[in-house]
Design a protein around this ligand. Structure first.
Ligand code: MSP
Length: 598
């Protein structure tokens, strides 16, 4: 990456030569205060009331096979979807592939395939990866589908009818790799691999070309103040905060109108402009509408569109937090409730990407480390605010420490026949672990109970803001405390023939199993397979695994525990097998090209 946190392009370009016409913004007759209220209302529809939730991943370009960075976007959104389901929401979760545009057209040509066949092949690879990694999408959209073409055509017509699109002429830099227009300030000189001088995008390093053509322009400039109002009135519209701040900064700069079509002679692979067969709709406008298509646009999108949440990588923030809201405002549609932004996975300090040649294959890694292992690693190590460097050794160390040793070891200890010969959820003895602190439990044990009791609220806060790594940090800390509790009291040293020891031993195991049940329930959005194995081993039935079921250690509060005395589930082996091969760290970039793509 060339720049740090916000290594995303800094403004929205397009030089238009035609004069502004008499367009009147849909809310320009309102006072500033009123406009904020309108925008607030439109974007803060109460999802708590109808308990519906709609989360999207970006749709993935099919010019190359999926890599680990793509899987990260998908796992982040999957975690949000699974979490909402656990909370009893009706959740819709979509992903899919972005198949039009020059980049794909050229990739298909290079592969000697017709574009649709080429797209189908790669789209299937993404789908296969997501299915293998338990990405529980409820819809998979391809922009080459008919339902999408209808939605885009309709959307375009609405913008046109509102006077927001006009014929103009664009002259400026274009990056095909990013499918993005750039100003002179956003490009720099560089040398390609043969030493020839070229221009590249400052932000991505991708080659840019000068283009001059007649096409359609969108009146982006007319939306600057409404976008500012939206962001200022909704401080959580773009999260985490540094990205919100960045968008506000971009909006301080010039916001020229945006070219939203290309000449058909140059770009054949795309949706034609309605009523003008000589022009093709700009791929980003086409792609962004996918979120509406899946929601049921143009006839029946309200239910889902009112509760839309987008997960996006920071490289595509400008498209989602400026272009997309402007298009939506123009079309008279509500804005997304939130845009959650994440940073990048790097290898050797460089953003993982095909053009750099440093991609990590997620399917291969999920075979090496298991699907849940890869999911756990990505969500435990990935920090939305900052880039994270990938190595296999980091994965091995983390998974061995936290899944195999800490969590798996705890389950193993508490369910092993030596300590639990009856293979039941043993009884809790209030006299051994009384609230009055006069039994055998010590002060650290009470601290542990406090920590685990407050864990669901802590985890909830972090899942809600898509900071899964903080949720996992908190869970891992509690798992360590529970291991400490078992270690401290060494139940294997207690004498089963002594009534009091026996009751204390059962209490230790009961408390530990309650901790494990809590961890297993809270971990479901992250590692569904491991959670299922853990909860099944504890004898927790599928209908007892929701957020509301957590209710940690009711016996300590003096109420019944439904699990007490219940037989444990079948022993299906260790929770997570330790990973060997310490020497796996081979993923230096396979071929270290310059950052410049050809
Ligand atoms: N097709 C557009 C998105 C259109 S959405 C209307 C696109 N596709 S992409 O395939 O290039 O990227 C899809 C997602 O993968 C983005 O969220 C992007 O940030 C993410 N990642 C691509 N490389 C990545 C890393 N190296 N690390 C983390 N995520 C990265 O952009």
């Amino acid at each position: 990456m060339r720049t740090s946190l916000l290594s995303v392009s800094r403004s929205c370009q397009a030089v238009h030569r035609l004069p502004q016409n008499t367009f009147v913004s849909p809310t320009s007759s309102l006072s500033r205060h009123q406009r904020i209220a309108v925008l607030r209302n439109s974007s803060s529809h109460s999802c708590e009331a109808d308990r519906s939730f709609y989360v999207t991943t970006p749709i993935f370009y099919v010019n190359a096979s999926p890599h680990l960075g793509h899987l990260y976007s998908a796992v982040t959104a999957d975690c949000a979807h699974r979490y909402k389901l656990l909370r009893g929401f009706n959740s819709k979760f979509t992903t899919g592939t972005d198949e039009h545009g020059l980049k794909i057209q050229q990739a298909a040509e290079a592969a000697g395939k017709d574009p649709l066949t080429f797209c189908t092949d790669v789209s299937e690879r993404f789908k296969h990866l997501f299915d293998s990694c338990n990405i529980s999408y409820t819809d998979y959209i391809r922009t080459s589908e008919q339902r999408h073409r209808q939605a885009v055509t309709h959307f375009w017509t609405v913008l046109c009818d509102k006077g927001l699109i006009y014929k103009g002429s664009y002259e400026g830099w274009y990056s095909t790799q990013d499918e993005s227009f750039l100003t002179a300030l956003q490009v720099e000189n560089a040398l390609d691999s043969s030493g020839k001088e070229i221009k590249v995008s400052l932000e991505s390093g991708h080659k840019v070309e000068w283009m001059k053509e007649e096409n359609y322009m969108f009146r982006l400039s007319a939306f600057r103040s409404q976008l500012l109002d939206w962001l200022r009135g909704n401080p959580r519209a773009v999260q985490p905060e540094p990205f919100h701040h960045a968008v506000l900064q971009w909006l301080q700069e010039d916001l020229p109108d945006l070219s939203v079509s290309r000449q058909r002679s140059r770009l054949r692979w795309g949706i034609p402009v309605p009523g003008d067969a000589e022009q093709t709709i700009y791929v980003w406008l086409d792609a962004l509408v996918n979120y509406l298509t899946v929601a049921g646009y143009p006839d029946k999108h309200d239910r889902w569109w009112n509760v839309a949440h987008h997960v996006v990588g920071k490289d595509i923030l400008k498209f989602h937090a400026i272009y997309w809201p402007a298009f939506l405002l123009g079309a008279g549609l509500p804005l997304p409730q939130a845009i959650y932004v994440h940073s990048h996975w790097t290898v050797g300090g460089k953003k993982m990407s095909k053009s750099v040649g440093n991609v990590v294959d997620p399917l291969e890694r999920s075979q090496m480390f298991t699907t849940d292992g890869v999911r756990y690693f990505l969500l435990r190590q990935g920090v939305p605010e900052s880039d994270c460097d990938y190595t296999d050794n980091k994965v091995i160390k983390l998974l061995n420490a936290e899944l195999a040793d800490s969590l798996g070891g705890l389950l193993n200890r508490c369910t092993a026949p030596a300590l639990n010969p009856a293979q039941v959820y043993p009884s809790f003895c209030p006299r051994s672990f009384p609230r009055e602190r006069e039994g055998r439990a010590v002060v650290e044990d009470y601290d542990m109970l406090d920590a685990v009791r407050s864990l669901p609220a802590v985890v909830e806060r972090h899942y809600e803001s898509m900071h899964a790594y903080k949720a996992l940090e908190a869970i891992a800390a509690c798992v360590r405390k529970t291991n400490g509790f078992v270690q401290r009291h060494a139940p294997w040293k207690l004498d089963r023939r002594d009534g009091e020891d026996q009751r204390w031993l059962d209490t230790i195991i009961h408390v530990s199993l309650e901790c494990l049940r809590t961890y297993g329930t809270l971990l479901q959005p992250i590692v569904p397979g491991i959670s299922n194995k853990l909860l099944s081993r504890l004898g927790v039935r599928p209908g007892e695994r929701s957020w509301a079921d957590v209710n940690f250690l009711p016996r300590y509060q003096g109420t019944d525990c439904p699990f007490e005395g219940r037989a444990l589930g079948e022993d299906c082996g260790v929770l997570f097998t330790r990973l060997e091969s310490p020497n796996l760290d081979k993923q230096k970039p396979k071929k270290t090209k310059t950052e410049i793509s050809k």
